[in-house]
Write a protein that binds this ligand. Structure first.
Ligand SMILES: Cc1cc2nc3c(=O)[nH]c(=O)nc-3n(C[C@H](O)[C@H](O)[C@H](O)COP(=O)(O)OP(=O)(O)OC[C@H]3O[C@@H](n4cnc5c(N)ncnc54)[C@H](O)[C@@H]3O)c2cc1C
Length: 339
């Protein structure tokens, strides 16, 4: 917060837009829906801040999903995401316009610049929120986040500084659609920024091979945890997934151990997924994991510990050693198919 500024000098909810080459990231539309709710409670407006040249092109879509205003900042010399460009432009805009709340997607990009921005603004940032609400009288943002190893759902507030900043992963909120068309105000600014003088710059953006590895849209997910014991044993999950037409995902522990790519992590700091079937293999069921999969239509959990937390949210609970159960399960599927 700027020295000499008062809490009441700040108003309005901002959502920072993230856009790939062709479209807006879905998390932006989800955040706009939440921003709309928060703004209504504070009797204020929602501004979508878009860095790049797409303000006009995207105004209709952003408006339908909850934005009242679009603020487009274009820099002719910046084509792709630049960490310092985002940080510097947003710092200056916030100092000038004083929004009360800034919502950012917990994407690799958002996770990159949001902490820098909060430091420069001298304010708080709650990362990977799993819920957001507002105290109408004070304007304090109620930022829900699991803490202490998931034993407590904390409600974090930034009571003494503004703006209040939060990041939220894709899939936590549902996008909303405005039924009544309202006029969206578009304001455009040109900003001069010399990216060549910065210490860090984007050299290239390489799309990941998403054919087998995008777990977000899978109808069936076979997820493995530390109970799988090794990366070789993850091969069993690949085989099971192939047999039933699913994809393989993992817990953070499994990703950290290098048993599966980071991009396949499910949970608070990974992806939020809602497949028709989620098979949790050797997963304890820590809240940071279950937040990302608890809305799956049907959950099968396999764990050798009958007290495992995952069983409290599973529809089908199998107490067994995964390394014995999964090969037997695959054989049974094959036998059934051939019979
Ligand atoms: C800020 C923060 C964010 C986090 N974000 C995420 C996130 O996005 N996603 C995530 O997953 N985690 C996340 N975590 C980590 C989370 O708290 C847990 O540590 C993690 O989910 C545990 O992973 P796991 O279930 O694979 O391992 P463990 O908790 O070690 O569980 C292994 C389970 O396997 C069972 N098991 C062992 N051997 C066998 C066997 N042979 N057969 C059957 N069962 C067996 C055990 O009984 C146990 O229940 C986060 C933590 C923090 C602090």
């Amino acid at each position: 917060m700027q020295p000499n500024a008062k809490l009441e000098d700040y108003s309005g909810v901002w959502v920072v837009v993230e856009r790939s080459e062709s479209e807006i990231d879905p998390v932006v539309l989800e955040l706009l829906g939440k921003a709309w709710d928060l703004a209504k409670k504070r009797n204020t407006s929602v501004t979508a801040v878009i860095l790049g040249k797409h303000a006009d092109q995207e105004s209709k879509k952003l408006g339908i999903h909850g934005a009242d205003n679009i603020l487009g900042v274009h820099c002719p010399d910046v084509q792709d995401y630049e960490q310092e460009f985002y940080t510097r432009v947003l710092t200056e805009l916030v100092h000038e316009r004083k929004p009360e709340i800034i919502l950012i997607g917990a994407t690799p990009q958002g996770r990159d610049y949001a902490p820098r921005l909060s430091k420069r603004l001298n304010t708080g940032l709650t990362a990977d929120c799993t819920g957001l609400d507002i105290e109408e009288t004070t304007g304090n943002l109620l930022q829900e986040c699991p803490t202490y190893g998931g034993n407590i759902m904390a409600i974090i507030q930034t009571v003494s500084s503004r703006p209040q900043m939060a990041t939220v992963a894709r899939g936590v909120f549902k996008p909303k659609i405005r039924t009544k068309a309202s006029k969206v105000k578009v304001e455009k600014i040109t900003y001069c920024f010399d990216a060549t003088r910065e210490r860090a710059s984007t050299v290239d953006i390489i799309e990941q091979d998403g054919e087998t590895r995008d777990v977000r849209d899978a109808e069936i997910l076979v997820a493995g945890g530390r109970g799988m014991e090794s990366s070789e044993n993850f091969g069993l999950l690949e085989e099971l997934a192939r047999e039933i037409g699913g994809k393989v995902a993992g817990t953070r522990s499994a990703c950290d151990l290098g048993w599966i790519e980071k991009n396949c992590q499910v949970g608070q700091t990974g992806h939020v997924v809602k497949p028709r079937l989620y098979i949790a293999c050797g997963i304890s069921g820590a809240i940071q994991h279950t937040i990302g999969m608890q809305d799956s239509e049907h959950i099968i959990a396999i764990n050798k510990d009958p007290e495992a937390r995952i069983f409290s949210i599973a529809d089908t609970c199998i107490v067994a050693d995964v390394l014995e159960f999964i090969p037997a399960f695959i054989n049974a599927i094959k036998r059934f198919r051939n019979s």
